[in-house]
Design a binder for this molecule. Structure first.
Ligand code: NAP
Length: 278
């Protein structure tokens, strides 16, 4: 099945689904990530803090896939927001992955208490100028953080990667991103395999469409114009999770799924206004 492609605000083409790699490490991680590339995932999401950039680079090489067809991402950790440290960290990420460039590099968390995310953003702008990175992005940025980037640098991110699943649909943040030409990407799109995947309402919708609950949830992301990043260790689920582009949820389905929203549906209560990523 062909995965549709979208174009980010800065012109980079990007597939409508990304493979998540958190907890995929070492040799077993290489096997999972290579399997995902072979399953047809062309975008893979990593981070310095996942400690798997090396395994990701190895999986890319073992897959034999053309580098230019892949979209490879990593993320700057909170402890390296100072400009010079951020540049060195991106260089170190490239050495670990044994890549010449990343397609995407994100600020992992804004860490507003620390207050250095504008400095980190200036480093990402510089990294793009140097050819280390094709597109620069953020995770977990609230509207006030995005506005500060715009005011102080004139540059907005191509993507804002945020926690997003039916228990935490983030309608306002999604609308804000869209209004500013920023694509929303959904982390923990399956609610990290919480009771979401056995929710009776979702089971009913899944039965109606002849799909799994995971596929219903991932399709819901797609119809919200968000790019989901499901992580799955084995090939079977990797195949299942990308098989979402041959059916549509009805307006009625979308409305029922909206009723699952909880005032604070975050999995681990990580509010970007107060959470400081390491
Ligand atoms: P997730 O993708 O929502 O859920 C992963 C869990 O779902 C795993 O336990 C997986 O098990 C299971 N699973 C996958 N497909 C399934 C299926 N078809 N049926 C049943 N279970 C299924 O959670 P996540 O890993 O937290 O988030 C996804 C990615 O988002 C991460 O890997 C990471 O790349 C990114 N992320 C970013 C941030 C950030 O701050 N920017 C934070 C968290 C995550 P198996 O592996 O055993 O198949």
């Amino acid at each position: 099945m062909i995965i549709p492609s979208i174009t980010l605000g800065d012109g980079l083409t990007f597939p409508a689904i990304t493979f998540g790699t958190y907890k995929l490490n070492g040799k077993a991680g290489v096997v999972s990530m290579k399997s995902a590339i072979e399953a047809g995932y062309h975008a893979l999401d990593s981070a310095v803090n996942y400690e798997n950039e090396g395994a990701l680079g190895e999986a890319i090489r073992q897959s034999g896939h053309k580098r230019e067809h892949l979209r490879i991402a990593s993320k700057l950790p909170g402890r390296h927001h100072h400009f010079d440290e951020a540049i060195v960290m991106i260089e170190e990420s490239l050495y670990r992955a044994r890549l010449d460039y990343f397609d995407l590099y994100y600020i992992h968390w804004p860490n507003p208490k620390q207050g250095l995310y504008v400095e980190a953003w200036k480093a990402l702008i510089e990294a793009k100028k140097r050819g280390y990175v094709r597109s620069i992005a953020v995770c977990n940025f609230l509207p006030e953080h995005l506005m500060k980037l715009k005011e102080e640098t004139g540059v907005l991110p191509s993507i804002n990667q945020i926690e997003l699943h039916p228990y935490f649909p983030q309608a306002e943040q999604r609308a804000f991103n869209k209004q500013h030409g920023i694509v929303t990407q959904s982390w923990s799109p399956l609610g990290r395999a919480s009771d979401l995947l056995t929710n009776p309402l979702l089971e009913k919708i899944a039965e109606k469409h002849g799909k799994s609950v995971a596929q219903i949830v991932l399709r819901w992301h797609h119809q919200l114009d968000a790019i989901p990043i499901p992580k799955a260790t084995h090939h079977k689920r990797q195949m299942e999770n990308k098989d979402i582009f041959d059916f549509s949820l009805t307006d009625e389905d979308m409305k029922s799924i909206a009723t699952l929203a909880r005032p604070d549906g975050r999995i681990k209560g990580q509010d970007p206004a107060t959470h400081e990523g390491a």
